[in-house]
Structure formats: structure tokens, C-alpha cells
Design a binder for this molecule. Sequence first.
Ligand code: SF4
Length: 581
Amino acid sequence: MKILIIYPYPLFDRSQEEDISVAPMGVYYVAAVLKKEGYDVEILNWFNIHKSPHRIVETFRAKKPDIIGFSILNANRWGGIEIAQIAKEVAPEVKVVFGGVAATFLWRHFLTHFSVIDFVVIGEGEYAFLNLVQVIEQGHDKQLQNISGIAFRRGNRIVRTEAAKPINQLDELPIPATYFQYQHVASSRGCPGKCTFCGSPKFWGHKIRLRSPENFVEELELLYHKGIRFFYFSDDTFTINKERVVEICKAILKKGLKILWVAISRADYVNETILHWMRKAGCIQISYGVESGSERIRGLLNKRLKTEDIKRAFYLTHRYGILARAYFIYGSPEETDETIQATIDMISQIKPFICVFYILEIYPGTKLYSDYQKKFHVTDDIWLKKMEGICYFESDPHLSQELILDFGKRLRTAFYTSLSTFAEALDLTDEEEFYEMHADFCSRLAMTFSQGDYANNEAIKEREKAAERLFNKALGYAPDHRAYLGLGVLKQNEKKYQRAVQVLSEGVEHFPGSEQLNLCLGINYMNVGEYEKALGCLLKFQNSKEAINYIAICYRALGDLGKEKEFLKKARGRQRGRRNR
Ligand code: SF4
């Protein structure tokens, strides 16, 4: 029995694909459970297959699946339907199963309107899908109603079986890393929050289920040995149980896993102790849902967070050299100029280095959606429209598109115009064991201003100055390769070549084997006319493609045309040799 699990493409393309390019972790769990039972299962991340649609038919013809499971979110449900239609055209007998968040909340809608969908898995899908596969394999259709957590069509009726029980012992699930390679991991399921815009609690439940630290770190270790060094901890609130977080961090350190990771938390669920351990174990960023600077709006969204807790969390997170990322929602009920100003004020107080601003949208499975349905007598048929979500403001007479656009512009402008000053305010903990990590944090941040995401953003004032301050701050803590190089390049771009030479020489002293530092230093020696010294740096890496031309220029500048000719002959010979290999 051949099973494919497909993560389809979204309705609308994104300018940045990061948000949609990663298949939800659920697909790995579902596939791992099937693998453990000996099934032939493959995961296809088809988030962009619509850009080469011929591959869809080719794949189905080649792989001949018996069952195709689709991981359905609101955004990719039409992609799932389109791919399912193609699958049925290629092989009408193939069984199509929809699962995932949108399938869970819109199961009746899917089965009512789309005959290509044979089954829907509702909620946590691992065992429901396995049981379904087994029943399909055995051809025992009558057994379908005994499988918990599914819905299907029987004649003209749609049947939904009893809800599947939550998997309480998450450690009992096979660790997907045994079979697959990925970067998104979660140590828990569920969230105690009840935010009106979020479907997570209804999907996973309010009761938090935790994997043991050993089980979670075993997964990290398996992935580490497959070469993964960067992880996204995707728990809704990673820090829900503080002792456990410390245990996880200590286990990461004890196993010597040299990893970096980012996590999601709530501002009222962090303290100094866990931040201390998280940083030591490789955490470099925590995302917090702040939603609004107005306590009243947060209350309306049922985000029960105190302003003081938010301020404290951001201060402490930065203090330990962890980048605090703030999520804000705008266009909420009762949003006004004043509440937007409150958010702007909040930003200037908490000084985040990354802000993500979202317009409030309504999705199935949320309180906002059920209120919306009641208020406007709307059924799930609304999802027959080709849209990914419902903008809340469209249902609120006090808000308009023009106003929302203006709110968004004000928020972004306020954030970007203040961003450079946030760098100055960084107040890192003065504990020696963190100095190297602080250097790494400051130089990483500096790079975003000088060469990364913020480098070309004209709205950010004094980007180079912010970068320079951060590079210097980094070097004040410890010799840091990224800081030497970044500062050297910055000075070179400013044509301050002597200063570049000084910084890069210091860098080479600390990192003599660094090709980047040596080449950059060599170029800057050339800029100040010191060709002998430049050759000293460049010749260390004479096989480097970048170095060849510079070395030739140096020989020429020194009037040694014979050496230039000889060097170029040898270098070209080496290059030819490499090409022929
Ligand atoms: S937004 Fe975050 S805190 Fe609120 S319910 Fe969703 S996962 Fe929980």
C-alpha cells in the first residue's frame, strides 16, 4: 500500500515564502506512525508545485499512491482540492483524506461540497489516520464508523464518528526524526490561553500535554546527527513549565549539542532563570504575542497579559542576549487612533528588534469566527469563496480599509524610525559566562542592520551607525569573527581603509585561519597601497577564486610581472584541473 502525504500550495503566493514553505510537524508524526507500522509512506512538500504543475500528474503516475493524505490549513485548502482533483483524474480509485487544522474545523463543508474528498481526519491525526489506512487496506468499509476522529460520506449522508481521545502520552509516539529530517520540533501540545483569534486551543485542547525532556532532547539529538544545527521550537508556549525548560536546556548542554534555536512563549511565562538556561543551551530568539499596546484591546482579544509583564519579559529576554520578537495585531474590535498610539508607545518601551504586524483575521475554530457566524448568520459556505481568511475590519462599521492601511503604516513607520535607537538601549547582563554569547548576539544583530533584512530599508535611520555600535559592543565582550568582518567591511565601504586594516588585523590575530578575514584584510592593505602586506594575507588562500585577481594585481603593483605571469599560469592550471575532475 503506497501512501503519500502532501502539503499543498496556498491560494496566494507570498513575497516571502518562509511562512508557508515548511510543512506542519503533524505530517511528520502521521508519516512516522505509518512507517513504524511498516507502511510505504512519503511526504511531499508541495507548497510551490503550482509553479511546475506538470509534476503533479507525473508524480501520481510514477508513484501510484493508494491513499493520499493532505495537510490542510485555511490558506492551502484550494491547493489541496485542486491536487486531489488531479489525483482522481489520474486514478479514480485513489482515496483522498483531508486532515489538519482547516479540515478539522470545516470537515462537513469539505465533505459536502467536494466529492473528491473521501475522508476527513478531525483533530490529532496520528492514530485516526493509521486506523483509517488499515480499514481501507482490509476493505472493511463497515468498520469505518468504529474509527474515532474521522468523517466520511455514506450514500447521501455524512457520518462523523466519535471524537478521538487526545494522545496523553506524547512520548509513546514514534519520534519522526527516526525516519525524516526537519527543523521544526515541539515539546508539547496545547495552550492554556483562550485568545479569541486563535484556533490552537480548540485543536489541541486547553490541557497541556508535555513530552518528557529526555524524549524531546532525543529528537534533537537524532536530528543533530543528521546535520541539523538550527531548530524552530514550535510549541505554542515553550516555557509553560519552567522546571522542565531548565531540564531540557541542561540536557542539551550535557549532550554537547551545539545548536541554535528559536522558541515561542508568553510574556507572563518567562523569568530570569529560564532565560539564563535557554540562552546557554542555544536559544537566540523568543517570539511573544503582544497583540496590542492597549490593555483594553488585549482584553477584547482575550489575551490576558499585563503591560508590566510584557515590559519585564522583553527587558529580561534582551538582557540575556536573546532577541525578543513582538507580534502585533491591528484592526481589532474598538481599534482607534488612540489604541494604535498605545501600541506605538508600547513598542518604544519594550524596544523589540523584530516586530511582525498582522491585520486581525477570522479563521474557523476561533471564538471570533463563531461570534461572526452568529452575528451575520454566516455558514461555512463562506469558504467556497477563494479567500484565505476573513478580515475582521470588513465586519466592523467603525473600521474601514483606508483606516486599517493607515494604522499599519503608522505602526511600521514608528517601529522602523525608532529601531536604531533600540540598539543603543541594550542592557546585557554582566555575567562573564555570557560574554561570548553577548558578542555573538550583538554582532548577529549588527549584521541585520549592515547586510541583512534591515540593510536596504530606507525607513530605518542611521543603519550603519547602529551596526557599528553593535559591532563595537560585540568586540567589547569577546573577540567575535562576525564582528571583525562586519566592522571591517563597514569601514571599507566608508573608504576608511586604515581603520578597516586595523580592525581586520585584530580579527586575523584572533582567527588566523579565516579566509574571509584574510582576504578582506588583503584588499584593504591594497586600498592603502601596502601590496607586500596584502600579498601576505592573500597568498595564504591562493587557491581561492576571489584571491587570484587580487594577487595578480599586487604583483603588478609591485612591478613583478614575472611573478604575476607565473602565478596566473599556475592558478589557471589548478582551476582547469578542478574543472576536469
Ligand atoms: S495566541 Fe498563543 S496564547 Fe493565545 S490561545 Fe493561541 S497559542 Fe495560546
